[in-house]
Write a protein that binds this ligand. Structure first.
Ligand SMILES: [Zn+2]
Ligand SMILES: [Zn+2]
Length: 274
């Protein structure tokens, strides 16, 4: 497979980020058609893990996505292992002291718990806010992955001056850029993060599983299949290698990367290490 030309490393590299993925929920017993459009009903159907991601270095800390809480887990039949806001102390953080939250998109499993971060600004793409509050939400199929309470809370944050909107690509800090890819949710954004092992891409739902981008097989929750497929190209373009792309829901992530500590085995892994 030919990949688009990759970007060069910075000439004077910034301090690398550490990236921690915290697993907070799990979903099993899936059908292949829930993971791939036009799936063979006899093929393997991966479970889904649910994550939030922390980026940190000496000068700043970012939280990518905020997960969901028990009420949404009960209503949707998900197994919530730990509320992400309550899990942050496991890695020495506290939800009340987080200052910057990057929301990859507003689906319920990425933008719940928005009331748990009183001192945060929320980074979001223009297009996801308009998607989640506009005419597309008249369609039950497109509305299903959103929870109204999350959207209302995000509107509150907008009115409180706590939203930072981005339109397309944005540099939040040297070594951290956001890129809108759309496809899955209209304003879905991914993060490109400078680490000791080079540029890592936190793909979030630009690719739920490794197989989605590796085999170019779209995930069925979509608002634009063409953009989703183009998004797979963008992942390859922004990451230093295919091994630098981290899908948003693949249980293999917990197998491929080392635990933050022996106590956090099965809970939190370091994506900046291999
Ligand atoms: Zn999603
Ligand atoms: Zn998701």
């Amino acid at each position: 497979m030919r990949h688009p030309e990759r970007l060069p490393h910075p000439s004077s590299p910034p301090e690398p980020f550490e990236i921690i993925a915290i697993k907070y929920a799990h979903l099993g017993n899936r059908h292949p058609g829930e993971n791939f459009i036009l799936a063979d009903p006899h093929e393997f159907a991966s479970d889904l893990d649910y994550f939030v991601w922390v980026l940190r270095r000496s000068d700043r800390t970012y939280l990518i996505d905020t997960g969901f809480a028990q009420e949404a887990a009960n209503r949707r039949g998900r197994n919530l292992l730990r509320n992400p806001a309550d899990a942050l102390p496991l890695i020495g953080l506290d939800s009340t002291t987080i200052t910057d939250v990057i929301l990859t998109h507003l689906h319920y499993d990425h933008a719940g718990n928005l009331d748990r971060f009183p001192n945060a600004r929320f980074h979001l793409q223009d297009r996801d806010m308009s998607y989640a509050t506009g005419r597309c939400m008249c369609h039950q199929t497109l509305r299903a992955p959103f929870d109204l309470t999350d959207i209302l809370m995000m509107v509150r944050h907008v009115f409180a001056g706590k939203a930072i909107f981005h339109d397309g690509d944005a540099e939040l800090a040297p070594g951290l850029t956001l890129h809108r890819v759309g496809g899955h949710s209209a304003g879905l954004q991914i993060a490109r993060v400078w680490t000791k092992r080079g540029w890592v891409v936190v793909a979030s739902d630009a690719s739920h599983l490794y197989a989605n981008f590796q085999q170019r097989r779209p995930f069925p929750v979509a608002c634009g299949i063409a953009e989703m497929l183009e998004g797979y190209n963008t992942l390859y373009q922004l990451a230093d290698s295919p091994d630098h792309i981290v899908p948003g829901h693949d249980p293999l992530v917990m197998k491929y990367y080392p635990a933050v500590s022996p106590e956090l085995d099965g809970i939190a892994v370091r994506l900046d290490q291999t």
